[in-house]
Design a binder for this molecule. Structure first.
Ligand code: PMT
Length: 407
């Protein structure tokens, strides 16, 4: 059977312990009928042998930039032209730095520079290295150039630490690569989502918050990623893992969420505000735990509240604003309150949900939405799992966004 065209993946493997997972990735890509050629750096060969990748990919493995035999067959420029997509998994901090600065000091870096194919990186490194300012800067530079970052995931690391830095699982990477080739409704569109609650500290021990679990917002982020969007998720404290292929930024308070959203909003195409942001925070955060013995006066003072910034209204007011979607959590007169918020906050669309019922809204696995948009349009999405609802909502958002931004 002949292979469908445009399914050629050049897989770069760099030297990290996650290199062993790249073997499984080759198998999963081949299961999806991709033609895979593997390029290994010198340090990757310390972890896995080229023979393993040769056997799994059924293609010769490329290792050296200046290899007479390779140049006589498929040389580095031909290899760069051959690929429909260049994927590097795992991508170490060293590789990110070399790519950000345009190095061409080995075969893989040279190919990344020489190719016109899309570049997708699945970073894997120690969590401290991922969070180091130099790596953050390199990632920002690469993203600004259109490079897609898949992950990293949070969790236990081979070095014994816990945090962001694990390579995404091979299946999640293969799903994302497949969806890029399939072409989703939001292919290449930059989507920013907020999710979860915020916590507003009274003192080092106590805070004000709400019942949001983050499930609805995470489902929206996952559904947008499934449709090919490049998704950033600014999340309040939740117990949920980041959805595959989504770049998650953790925050605690409304002010932190506001800062992280405003830093990204002008660069995104669609903003979906699902977070249950606290409307008020304590005017003063006590440095020390407020003692019960300090009397009611101390607690009254701590409960002196001030408004938090309205994040979604702030984004909608930007001169170069993204398509802006709000949520409305209401206990009564759901549609009337939602329409009022749509207009008052200057939104393009609002998804209203009833809260305070046991089978939907906060923390439940299910929900129902009434979606309203500016020219008087409306659509009902009846009670369903949050994952299903999020797919329906994202489909509608894509439809309305495309209507306003024809390709
Ligand atoms: O997280 P789950 O447990 O899955 O629950 C889902 C949910 C009920 C939290 C979700 O479906 C939902 O309704 N999210 C919006 C909650 C909310 O704060 O609604 P609101 O009506 O108070 O706010 C209206 C809009 O303004 C929202 O888009 C909100 O994100 C935004 N907002 C509110 C206050 C503020 N300071 N800044 C904001 O951006």
């Amino acid at each position: 059977m002949s292979r469908p065209p445009n399914r050629k993946i050049l897989l770069g493997v760099t030297g990290g312990i996650a290199a062993y997972k790249a073997c499984d990735l080759v198998r999963r890509l081949r299961d999806r009928n991709f033609d895979v050629r593997v390029v290994m750096t010198a340090s990757a060969r310390e972890f896995v042998t080229p023979l393993t990748f040769q056997a799994l990919s059924s293609n010769p493995v490329h290792c050296a930039l200046l290899d007479e035999r390779a140049e006589a067959g498929m040389g580095h420029i031909e290899l760069a032209r051959w690929a429909d997509l260049v994927l590097v998994a795992p991508a170490t901090a060293n590789l990110l730095a070399r790519l950000a600065h345009g190095f061409a000091d080995d075969l893989l870096a040279t190919l990344c520079l020489a190719t016109t194919a899309p570049l997708v990186l699945a970073p894997a490194m120690n969590q401290q290295m991922w969070q180091a300012p130099a790596t953050r800067e390199n990632v920002r530079t690469l993203r600004d150039r259109g490079v897609e970052m898949l992950g990293p995931a949070q969790g236990d690391q081979a070095c014994g630490e816990v945090g962001p830095g694990r390579m995404l699982e091979p299946e999640a990477i293969a799903v994302r690569i497949e969806s890029r080739f399939r072409g989703g409704a939001l292919e290449g569109v930059k989507v920013l989502v907020t999710a979860g609650p915020t916590r507003e500290a009274l003192d080092p021990v106590r805070y004000l918050t709400n019942h949001s679990s983050g499930k609805m917002g995470y489902a929206v982020a996952a559904a947008a990623a499934e449709e090919g969007a490049l998704v950033s998720l600014v999340s309040g404290p939740t117990a949920l893992p980041a959805p595959s292929g989504v770049d998650r930024v953790d925050v605690t308070s409304a002010e932190e969420m506001h800062a992280q959203v405003m830093a990204r909003a002008a660069r995104c195409d669609i903003f979906v505000a699902v977070a249950a942001v606290a409307d008020y925070r304590p005017a003063h955060r006590a440095e020390q735990k407020i003692k019960k013995g300090d009397g009611p006066g101390a607690l009254d003072a701590a409960l002196d509240l001030v408004r938090t910034p309205d994040i979604v209204a702030g984004v909608a007011a930007l001169a170069d604003r993204p398509f802006t979607v709000g949520f409305a959590a209401e206990t009564e007169s759901v549609e009337a309150h939602a329409r009022d918020k749509l207009e008052r906050k200057g939104l393009d669309m609002i998804a209203a949900n009833r809260v305070g019922l046991p089978d939907r809204g906060f923390a439940s696995g299910c929900n129902a939405l009434s979606v309203l948009w500016r020219d008087g349009g409306r659509r009902e999405f009846p009670l369903a799992s949050k994952a299903e609802l999020a797919r329906s909502l994202v489909g509608l958002v894509a439809e309305r966004y495309r209507a306003e931004h024809p390709a």
